[in-house]
Design a protein around this ligand. Structure first.
Ligand code: 48H
Length: 261
């Protein structure tokens, strides 16, 4: 069959708009396609919830690819290895199983594939610039093309509605930053504000990150490094188990809420 450039263009346009149109309303909108956001997407989609991830960059995976200081291996502890096994990422014991290591490129690719094949949609090249609120609760996200922001263009955004939002933007806590700035949002932290991450202490940081994975404002849950930074925990450095476990935890907390209706 002859290849027709206009038909190719039409196929892309139709399919993309079908996808976007279908995700103007959803159960869970996840901001950031790093390890915690992707794990949350995988777990929620597998449970049958309608979930989308909005990622500012072209590529998914966030900080996974770079491993530690660009050495593209990731380290996880026993609990993290359980999740690697579940998603089918190969890993090896290190030092008689004290830790486990995996190829960071494999983790980024496989985790993304699992989330997509479980039914989550990933919208890359889109940044979340604001939230939508109703009576003290976040009910959706305000989106724009990353390129619009980069070019400094004055283009108004579009909005999507979600029953729950996951703030998984990592160190940046981009969603909470904007809520703090524009709404004066009082967060469920000790100070009511984003407390900011502390210096490195891996052991404490890994468990605190999972503990702090919770609802921080009505309708908004924090996960991954964003949970850590929001609650003023120590950072963990290049160990990724806590990120994956935090993604798993946020998915189970939200699934419970969604089931309650
Ligand atoms: C859309 C956005 C926006 C926005 C940012 O940083 P990440 O990998 O996030 P986590 O928390 O899943 O994983 C953290 C981990 O990578 C890490 O940094 C660790 C373990 N550090 C420890 C230490 O001590 O340093 O991914 C966040 C994603 C990125 O892909 C961003 O591009 C994206 O969020 N993002 N997407 N709209 N406004 N802001």
């Amino acid at each position: 069959m002859a290849l027709d450039e206009i038909k190719i263009s039409r196929a892309i346009i139709e399919r993309y708009f079908q996808k976007l149109n279908n995700y103007l309303e959803m159960d869970v909108a996840i901001v950031g396609a790093g390890p915690s956001g992707l794990m949350a997407a995988y777990k929620l989609a597998r449970e049958g919830f309608k979930v989308a991830v909005f990622e500012r960059r072209m590529s998914i995976g966030g900080g996974i690819w770079g491993g530690g200081m660009m050495f593209n291996e990731v380290v996880v502890q026993e609990e993290g290895a359980r999740l690697l096994r579940e998603i089918g990422v190969r890993f090896e014991p290190w030092n008689d199983g004290e830790y486990y290591t995996a190829d960071s490129v494999e983790l980024a690719c496989v985790l993304g594939a699992r989330a997509l094949q479980a039914g989550a949609k990933i919208f890359n090249l889109i940044m979340v610039e604001d939230v939508m609120v109703r009576e003290g609760r976040v009910v959706g996200l305000v989106l724009n093309w990353t390129a619009v922001e980069g070019a400094g263009l004055h283009v108004d955004p579009l909005a999507v509605r979600a029953k729950y939002v996951v703030e998984a933007t990592g160190h940046e806590t981009a969603v909470l930053q904007v809520m703090q700035r524009k709404l004066g949002a009082k967060l469920a932290t000790e100070t009511g504000t984003i407390m900011g991450e502390k210096s490195m202490w891996a052991e404490v940081a890994e468990s605190l990150t999972v503990d702090y994975t919770r609802e921080v404002y009505p309708g908004v849950f924090v996960a991954g490094m964003a949970a850590n930074a929001t609650f003023g925990a120590y950072r963990m450095g290049p160990i990724f188990g806590g990120m994956l476990l935090s993604g798993e935890r946020v998915a189970s907390l939200i699934a419970e809420r969604l089931r309650q209706g």
